[in-house]
Design a binder for this molecule. Structure first.
Ligand SMILES: Nc1ncnc2c1ncn2[C@@H]1O[C@H](COP(=O)(O)OP(=O)(O)OP(=O)(O)O)[C@@H](O)[C@H]1O
Ligand SMILES: [Mg+2]
Length: 317
């Protein structure tokens, strides 16, 4: 145990022991030391850099590091003639709209491809209608077609809980059975990700007792905090070479704070942010045309009035 840290709070002494175990990696903690090591672990560095562009997503960042380490060590064991194990990477993503599920699925597909877990690394996104047919036998056929496209990559099923919508008689059940069969047949060149609202996904898994154990990795995508949403606004604005005035920033923050209170369940998080930033850019353009101002400063600056939430066309969910 190193560096026990003592702080005095309300007359009490709190001892904070800095005794992190070696397997508890902090999100941005550099595990790699020398340049030589860094070259060896370029793939990890590359994906960490890509993920660092996104706000939050701590669980995902940790998971990538964990899977990378395991795959790497497995290879080292292989060269030493030691036993290696296979793992199942099917996953459940739980979270509200716009919390980054599709974005992360795409990154994970690429990561598995570069790590040679998946032969192609494509992401096939689908939903109930792509899998479920209208007559007996149709569903298995449709689902198999989708599975074929996803072979060598990631199959991402959005709102997966809707496959259990109609109970036993519904063809959704046939889709689930076909998926389960495929998971058993081609376990190692295909990753299945089931995504949806947290509550619905839990219910869905409880209705299908054979499923949870087939998805050893479950990731929560919580709603972003106001600070995180503001960080997204800043990054998106900066990336597009604009700047917000202080008033604009305050105005957006207050709006987001209120929105998170009113629309906690349906509010579309990152997607909403992207849409309001793009709308503000359009409204700024209209303002500049009206004003006839085309100097560099004007072109860059987004003002409070460019975010007009009362007349906005951006959908909340
Ligand atoms: N952590 C983040 N940092 C920056 N941008 C983000 C983040 N999360 C999401 N976004 C942005 O929000 C938008 C929506 O993200 P994405 O499509 O991945 O969400 P989703 O969870 O799949 O939503 P849905 O469930 O509605 O399909 C994208 O433009 C993405 O770049
Ligand atoms: Mg999505």
């Amino acid at each position: 145990m190193s560096n026990p840290l003592q702080t005095r709070k309300n007359g009490r002494i709190n001892v904070v022991l800095n005794h992190k175990r070696d397997n508890e990696l902090e999100i941005n903690e550099p595990v790699l030391l020398s340049d030589e090591e860094r070259v060896k672990h370029q793939i990890l560095e590359k994906f960490e850099a890509e993920l660092a562009e996104y706000v939050g997503l701590g669980e995902v960042k940790r998971l990538i590091k964990e899977i990378y380490a395991w795959l790497y060590i497995n290879r080292c064991r292989e060269t030493q003639g030691l036993k290696t194990s296979k793992q199942v990477f099917h996953m459940i993503f739980k979270g509200n709209p716009g919390t980054g599920k599709t974005t992360v699925a795409r990154i994970i597909a690429k990561f598995f491809h570069e790590m040679e877990v998946l032969s192609k690394g494509q992401l096939i996104e689908c939903e109930r209608a792509d899998l479920v047919g209208e007559y007996i036998g149709h569903t298995a056929q449709k689902t198999r077609e989708v599975l074929k496209k996803a072979s060598g990559g990631v199959l991402f099923i959005d709102e997966a809980y809707s496959l259990s919508r109609g109970g036993e008689k519904d063809f959704g059940k046939e889709a689930i059975d076909t998926l389960v069969k495929a998971m058993e047949d081609q376990q190692h060149d295909f990753v299945l990700i089931l995504a949806g609202y947290s509550r619905e996904m839990d219910y869905f898994l409880s209705l299908n007792p054979g499923l949870p154990s087939r998805f050893p990795i479950a990731i929560d995508f919580p709603n972003y905090s106001t600070d995180e949403l503001m960080e997204m606004v800043r990054r998106m604005v900066k990336e597009r070479e604009y700047e917000l005035t202080k008033e604009a920033e305050r105005h957006v923050r207050e709006h987001l704070r209120q929105l998170r209170l009113d629309q906690e369940r349906t509010f579309s998080n990152g997607r909403y942010i992207r849409n309001i930033v793009e709308e503000a850019i359009r409204l700024q353009a209209v303002r500049l045309l009206k004003q006839g101002s085309y100097d560099r400063d004007s072109l860059i600056t987004i003002e409070k009035e460019d975010f007009n939430f009362d007349t906005s066309h951006v959908k909340l969910n």
